[in-house]
Design a protein around this ligand. Structure first.
Ligand code: GDP
Ligand code: ZN
Length: 458
């Protein structure tokens, strides 16, 4: 066990104004006390109490900030170590100075994710809960946050544990038959074994079914808006952004003009890709041609193809209509406030099952129907109000898929009458892969890799 004392700025999600510095480790209280001045020494106060005071510069004794200090003794803390939280008031600069003072007083700057890592290593939370904390920090919408929160509360872990228990029981029965084939009393026929395996298969499949939705909630739906010049792409982008508070992110390490923009449509995060081209005055299709927009389509989870209600279809429109047929798309016919010149019957013929929405961005009519169509495409009405557990983490998805493969091998083996000890190996592998989801039997490297994804201070 690591036993130095770590510190980092760890402002809680959703809180402005105040910044919190969290200190954890065997000397947490002593370290803070060295630079704290209040009515009483922090080493004498009761656990889980809050104290008003000041943080002083370790050498000059100058007052750095007015603070509230919360002292929490192990083990009833997030890391199960002694934890002290220092709430600072004075904005960015004083916070930095307080942190520096604490580092001078004996703390070490925490690595990204180190608090959560300690919570995991000290048995406070399991790995899937820890990963949920990462997702929580990154989550883009309320709904995504709720999924991450449920996972953090251990819902996924409970289901995985239950599944592993079922596999373990099956293995126990199997072992009796493998080790004492002459001992028939504990009868485990191929038939009962098969039905147990099928049940486990079904439960893994059900978890995996939630994975696509979970991933979408976490990463956002990669959405591309295409269409000829002047049909209203920029207007659509603006309408979606205004109504749904866009978050513009400049992705570091990529070219400056690659901008991703998130909009929250009824709890579903759309990640609008390649919006830079649309935001500029010149148009994507004009600038990069139909050929390149086809390629942009390949990267998209959702294509919004915009057409002009007031103009007959052009060749470019038809090419784009044809191109989106093989994608998840919605055809948006804009400018219904003008006189109709488009042949909607032809459009319907060309798009088959693809949903079509007519609207007027200018008069702000019909946008709600577009949002509804987006919701239906991705959740088929299944999300709201259900108690489903969403598997949203790519690592979990891979492990579930591997466990599913193992169980299916076992099923094929039983059906093919292969020796039972081979079936036993498949089931053991399934048990192992599920265990990796909740952090049982994972390697040090993997743990480090997972925790290094955290923001500092969490
Ligand atoms: P883009 O070139 O596809 O990005 O199209 P823009 O969003 O820049 O819009 C082109 C022009 O159409 C602008 O002058 C818009 O004001 C106008 N426009 C957008 N939506 C509508 C609409 O619903 N009705 C009408 N009459 N004009 C619209
Ligand atoms: Zn435009």
């Amino acid at each position: 066990m690591e036993n130095d004392t770590i510190a980092a700025i760890s402002t809680p999600v959703g809180e402005g104004g105040i910044a919190v510095i969290r200190v954890s480790g065997p000397e947490a209280v002593e370290v803070v006390d060295r630079v704290y001045k209040g009515k009483r020494s922090l080493t004498e106060v009761d656990t889980h109490t809050v104290h008003y005071g000041h943080i002083l510069h370790p050498e000059t004794k100058e007052v750095l900030d007015e603070v509230l200090v919360t002292v929490m003794r192990a083990p009833r803390t997030f890391t199960r170590e002694d934890v002290v939280e220092v709430s600072c008031h004075g904005g960015v600069v004083p916070v930095q100075k307080v942190l520096e003072a604490l580092l001078t007083a004996g703390a070490r700057l925490a690595e990204p994710g180190e608090f959560t890592k300690r919570a995991f290593l000290n048995g406070r939370i399991d790995l899937s809960q820890a990963e949920a904390v990462i997702d929580l920090i990154r989550s883009k919408t309320d709904r995504a946050a709720r999924v991450a929160m449920d996972q953090a509360r251990g819902r996924l872990s409970r289901l995985i544990r239950k599944l592993r228990q079922e596999i373990l029981e099956t293995l126990a029965h199997l072992a009796v038959n493998v080790d004492y084939p002459e001992y028939d009393a504990e009868e485990l026929t191929a038939k009962t074994l098969l039905s147990r395996c099928r049940q486990i298969e079904g439960e893994i499949l059900r978890l995996l079914e939630t994975a696509r939705q979970g991933k979408i909630l976490r990463d956002g739906i990669a959405t591309v808006i295409v269409g000829r010049p002047n049909v209203g792409k920029s207007s659509l982008l603006n309408a979606l952004s205004q109504e749904n508070k866009a978050i513009v992110t400049d992705i570091p390490g990529t070219t400056r003009d690659v901008i991703e923009e998130y909009v929250n449509v009824r709890g579903i995060p759309l990640r609008l890709v390649d919006t830079a081209g649309i935001r500029e005055t010149e148009d994507v299709v004009e600038r990069i041609g139909v050929e390149r927009s086809r390629r942009a389509l390949e990267q998209a989870d959702l294509v919004l193809l915009v057409l002009n209600y007031a103009e007959p279809l052009t060749e470019d429109d038809r090419k784009l209509l044809e191109a989106v047929r093989s994608h998840t798309a919605i055809v948006v016919v804009n400018k219904t406030d003008l006189e109709r010149r488009i042949d909607l019957e032809e459009v319907r013929r060309l798009i088959g099952d693809t949903p079509l929405v007519t609207l007027s961005l200018k008069e702000e009519r019909g946008l709600d129907r577009l949002e509804e169509a987006i919701g239906e495409l991705f959740f088929a009405g299944k999300v709201e109000g259900t108690e489903a557990t969403y598997v949203s983490n790519v690592r979990h998805i891979h492990l579930l898929e591997r466990a599913l493969g193992n169980v299916r091998d076992a099923i094929a083996g039983i059906e093919g009458n292969i020796p039972l000890d081979m079936v036993e190996i498949d089931l053991k592998n399934a048990w192992q892969h599920l265990g990796e989801i909740i952090g049982e039997a994972v390697s040090e490297d993997l743990i480090d890799q997972i925790f290094s994804q955290f923001c500092l201070g969490k």
